[in-house]
Structure formats: C-alpha cells, structure tokens
Design a protein around this ligand. Structure first.
Ligand code: AP5
Length: 238
C-alpha cells in the first residue's frame, strides 16, 4: 500500500518520540479566530500527538444533545464561556487517556485564571509538566474578518476560510468530504461579544504564563504556512 508524505511525517515523529522518549505538551493561547485550531491541527499531524479542543468537544456534545451539550449550547450561542467546573472536568478526564502519553496540544483551554490554576494543580499531581504556551497575536479586525468567513467540517473539525483558505470544492471538506457549515457563534455580533470576553477573562493568562517563563508570542498575522513553519522550529528546538 503506498504511504503518503503526511503519514510518513507522523510515523517519523512517532519513532523519534519513542526513541528519544521526548514528550511535547503545549497550550495555545489567543483570541477567537487567531488560528489556534488551524495550527493545532497541523501540529497534531506533524508531531503525532492529539489536539484537544474544548470547543470541538463541546460542539460534539451539542450535536449529540447530551446533558452537557444542552447546558453548554446556551452559553456557546451567546459567545459566553461554559462554567469552569464543567471544562476542568472534561480536561481532567481527557489528558489521562492513552493517546496523550507522548503529549498533547491544548486548543481553547485554559480560558480563565481559575481554569489555569486548577490545571497547574492537576499536572503537578500527575507529574505531566507543560513545555510551552504559544500565544498567537492578531488584531481585533483581523479576527472578525477571519471568523465571518470561516467554514468548519463537522466530521473531522478541519477549518477553512472562504477567502484565505478555501476548500478544493465549494462547501465540501477537502480532507474527508464532510459538508462544511458556518458556526452560529461566528456571526459578527457574537464574535464581538466573544472578543470582549476574551479581553476581560482570557487575556490575563498571557501575563500568568509569562511569569512562569512558559510563554512564546508568535505573530499570528502571517500566512498559515509561514506561522506553521515558525511553530515547528520552536517546537523542534525544545
Ligand atoms: P472555541 O471553538 O475554542 O472557539 P475560540 O477560542 O473562540 O476559537 P476559534 O475556534 O473561534 O478560533 P481559532 O483561534 O481556533 O481560529 P481558527 O484556526 O479556526 O470555543 C467555542 C465556545 O466554546 C466558546 O465561545 C465557549 O462558549 C466554549 N468554550 C470552549 N473552551 C472553553 C473553555 N476553556 N472555557 C469555557 N468555555 C469554553 O481560524 C479562524 C479562521 O481563520 C479559519 O477560517 C481559518 O481558516 C482562518 N485562518 C487561520 N489562520 C489564518 C492565517 N494565518 N491567515 C489567514 N486566515 C487564517
């Protein structure tokens, strides 16, 4: 059976991690639309470690109409944060699963100081230290433009953009063939509300992680490819 380039990269990184025992645990910070999901998904493939997106976990619960999903939908539709207890519980269960043994990429968590402090206690108890916190820096207007044009695949969670990163075939996921949709919280008024909440509640985490010496700020205004290359250099050097 032919092996494509992406599978080879994953295999190489798996072997490298197994041989060197190197683990990679990282957190993505940044406003909504800064490109966390886009880069986390690529890095997950590159390094063979799972992307843990709290937003995607919640959207799946909403789609399956679980108890968690019904509760979370109310907040998500308005662009507000789901309660700290619920989110901390999700992460606590997720990071101990076997696919996280070689590391993980947190995309969308933590989002509050309470979440970050709980997470610190959690990783200390389990002896799984975080290597780096990557903060993507973009302007507010760029975020609005990116989110208003975003399309998402409900099957594999890959993100596209009508203008900046279009799928090969209109409305269809280039990776898995899923039918792309526009997230309800990507309407401009909800995006502005999410940005306000980000500024008030999540942005203070930049200082929090800077003080711990874990923060790396990345210019998030460059192309997807160029940011990815920079991130790989940072992570390969760790
Ligand atoms: P979540 O899904 O995490 O949303 P978010 O943080 O607001 O982040 P986004 O997914 O909107 O943006 P992103 O940074 O991943 O950007 P992307 O790569 O897609 O959370 C949704 C909701 O769930 C929250 O509002 C909250 O209610 C709840 N929730 C989740 N986690 C929670 C927590 N920890 N606590 C409490 N509640 C929580 O890129 C955006 C677009 O731009 C795409 O179209 C992409 O193709 C394009 N793009 C990306 N990079 C570039 C580039 N360099 N150049 C041009 N275009 C680009």
């Amino acid at each position: 059976m032919p092996i494509n380039k992406a599978s080879l990269l994953v295999l190489e990184s798996f072997v490298r991690q197994r041989e060197g025992g190197k683990k990679l645990r990282l957190i993505f910070l940044g406003p909504p639309g800064s490109g966390k999901g886009t880069q986390a998904s690529r890095l997950s493939q590159r390094f063979g470690i799972p992307q843990i997106s709290t937003g995607a976990i919640l959207r799946e619960a909403v789609a399956n109409k679980t108890e968690l999903g019904i509760k979370a939908k109310e907040y998500m539709d308005k662009g507000e944060l789901v309660s700290d207890d619920v989110i901390i519980g999700i992460i606590c269960d997720r990071i101990v699963q076997t696919d996280c043994e070689n590391g993980f990429i947190l995309d969308g968590f933590p989002r509050t100081i309470v979440q970050a402090e709980s997470f610190d206690r959690m990783v200390k108890e389990k002896n799984i230290p975080i290597d780096v916190v990557l903060s993507l820096d973009v302007s507010e207007e760029m975020v609005v433009r990116r989110l208003c044009g975003r399309l998402v695949c409900p099957e594999c969670n890959v993100n596209y953009h009508l203008e900046f990163n279009p799928p090969k075939k209109k409305g269809v996921c280039s990776k898995c063939g899923g039918k792309l949709y526009h997230r309800p919280d990507d309407e401009e008024d909800v995006v502005r509300r999410r940005l306000k909440i980000y500024k008030e509640t999540t942005e203070p985490l930049i200082g929090y992680y800077q003080q711990k010496g874990l923060l790396r700020v990345i210019n998030g205004t460059e192309t997807i490819e160029s940011i990815f290359k920079q991130l790989v250099i940072v992570l390969e050097g760790m």
